[in-house]
Write a protein that binds this ligand. Structure first.
Ligand code: FAD
Ligand code: DLZ
Ligand code: SF4
Length: 506
């Protein structure tokens, strides 16, 4: 008889999961299940499914080698029951455990479903201790605050975890070196590439399965180069520390044609699936600064992303209920244009960001925020459709992190809970931070007319359309003063160009 059946979800691939805390290999069984319900709640990128299944299989093999009894259900198992609940029911029937233990999932969808599970044995759901800010601590921090600004949360996290502190004060005399992190990159820079891992026989099996079962999902399955084990993720992170961290900060906001990764870490899919530990990566980045191998602005910038943004967006996600993903403060209602799936657009910035998303299931933050996100915001695309796109297309996408970034930061659909102003920008921003415009059929310097960069007139049209909601925002008010200084003729031109452009979006 089995004492405890311990379920590990596909993004819980760490031996430090709370669900494994008191594992007794003599009496317990650890279960992992590839199920259609999780693989299709959005039409995930093929690389994302392949990454998770291959990593799940590798982790299960690792547990097995350590003497743990593992029940692993493959997607093509003829008895596969299709959902986590149905698979647990099948396991309960066969193994007759006294209890089921699992770590909370990262989404309201699954948490809500679990509350209704009827499995005939007690189910214990434990907190996910991989995160550095427990739910209760975030609630306490948020209570009574009018504004939940990341910067203040981040400072408290630095103190709580003793990162980049000298005698209780921020190292270098400042908490935040972001002002130094906005340099455009040049195409002739040396670009470190993330390490690529040759698929082994186990991963090849998964690639065949995904090719066969999900042919109509978005994205290119091959070449598949993601790491799928803790050792791979470790190698990828060590490579980042050595090769890219010393320039990470400076070029954090830069974009270049043909350079999808620049100096970014490319570790979010590993962190989010449990293959890397967030506190460990922060400590090791700090050690690079202390050893004189990476400058403070780069190390602080990296730690801010992981200790600050990553924990903060998760706190915001759980603070808001399941309806957060349906918020639409600006009443945006246009359908997501088809080119988000095909990449087929003449706008070079969008074509580059979407093209690499298709190929790699990866785009870095500024591409997500200031290219695909900015365009959707300016064009008034329904934020829920935008949210479902981001949730599907990136290898690192889970709702706890994707939704606040999309609904809150990128689309301003939560009315400013997360961001103090909309991340809306004209073509000039993209031109300053990238070399995309030099490859575009549109002219970024032209403000109106058929050759003008669409971001230029859409930007002003966005402000004009959303005046009632945004004009009183102190951070946007100066832009309304500029808009109001434009001649009537110019404003009519903006409205006409925007209407014509938006009318042909399909
Ligand atoms: P780097 O730029 O090297 O940063 C290092 C790490 O910091 C990342 O691996 C990540 O764990 C963390 N990080 C950085 N920015 C953020 C952020 N804004 N929120 C949370 N963590 C952050 N990130 C996801 O992990 N999953 C998502 O589904 C996701 N969706 C996004 C959707 C939109 C619209 C936007 C604007 C951002 C989204 N992000 C998401 C945040 C960010 O873009 C990615 O974490 C980052 O691009 C991952 O690449 P990297 O590992 O090279 O990150
Ligand atoms: C994303 C995903 C996919 C594609 N497939 C599975 C799966 O087959 N089995 C599983 O346990 N988990 C999978 N996941 C991850 C879950 O969807 C994830 O645990 C929830 O979204 C909560 O974060
Ligand atoms: Fe994008 Fe406009 Fe530049 Fe073309 S000109 S790449 S559309 S910002």
């Amino acid at each position: 008889m089995v004492q405890t059946l311990r379920l590990l979800l596909g993004d819980q691939l760490s031996s430090r999961m709370s669900s494994l805390r008191d594992l007794d290999p003599a009496r317990d069984v650890v279960m992992l299940a590839e199920v259609a319900a999780e693989a299709t709640y959005v039409r995930h990128h093929k690389k994302k499914i392949a990454f998770l299944f291959a990593a799940m299989r590798a982790f299960a093999a690792d547990l097995d080698a350590r003497g743990v009894r593992v029940r692993y259900v493959k997607l093509d198992d003829p008895d596969n029951a299709g959902s986590l609940e149905a698979e647990l029911a099948r396991a309960v029937k066969t193994l007759r455990p006294r209890e089921i233990v699992l770590t909370e999932p990262g989404e309201h969808r699954l948490a809500g479903a679990m509350a209704d599970w009827e499995l005939g044995v007690p189910v214990e759901v434990r907190e996910d201790t991989r995160f550095l800010c427990p739910h209760a601590a975030f609630h306490t921090w948020a209570q009574g605050r009018r504004q939940l600004r990341m910067e203040y949360f981040y400072r408290e996290m630095r103190v709580a975890h003793g990162l980049l502190l000298d005698e209780g004060k921020p190292t270098g005399g400042r908490w935040n070196f972001d002002a130094e992190n906005r340099k455009p990159a040049r195409a002739d820079f040396f670009m470190p590439q993330p390490p690529r891992f040759e698929p082994d026989a186990r991963t090849r099996d998964v690639l065949n399965l995904v090719a066969h079962r999900f042919p109509d999902h978005f994205g290119d399955l091959e070449p598949f180069w993601f790491g799928v084990t803790h050792e791979h993720a470790e190698q990828a992170f060590a490579h980042f520390l050595r090769e890219a961290l010393p320039r990470f900060g400076d070029y954090q906001d830069a974009m270049l044609v043909g350079e999808p990764f620049l100096y970014h870490a490319v570790i979010s899919m590993y962190l989010n699936a449990g293959l890397l530990d967030p506190l460990d990566v922060c400590r090791r980045a700090e050690a690079e600064y202390r050893a004189g191998r990476a400058p403070l602005n780069c190390v602080e910038g990296f730690i801010r992303q992981v200790l600050g943004w990553r924990e903060y967006v998760r706190g915001i996600y759980w603070l808001h209920g399941p309806n957060y993903v349906h918020e639409n403060a600006l009443g945006a209602a246009r359908d997501l244009p088809w080119f988000y799936w095909s990449g087929d657009t003449e706008m070079a910035c969008l074509s580059a960001a979407i093209g690499q998303t298709k190929r790699e299931a990866y785009a870095h933050h500024i591409q997500r925020l200031m290219v695909t996100g900015n365009f959707a915001l300016l064009a008034g695309i329904d934020p829920h459709q935008v949210h479902e796109w981001y949730l599907a297309v990136y290898a690192d996408a889970y709702e706890w992190v994707e939704a606040p970034n999309t609904i809150g930061m990128s689309q301003f659909a939560d009315g400013g809970t997360l961001a103090s102003k909309p991340y809306a920008a004209s073509g000039a921003y993209i031109d300053r931070m990238s070399d995309y415009c030099g490859h575009c059929v549109y002219d970024v310097k032209q403000k109106n007319g058929p050759q003008a960069c669409p971001f230029n007139y859409l930007y002003w049209d966005f402000l004009a359309r959303n005046r009632t909601t945004l004009a009183n925002n102190p951070r946007v008010a100066p832009m309304y003063r500029t808009l109001d200084r434009l001649s009537e003729e110019r404003r009519a031109e903006i409205a006409r160009d925007a209407a014509e452009f938006l009318a042909q979006l399909k």
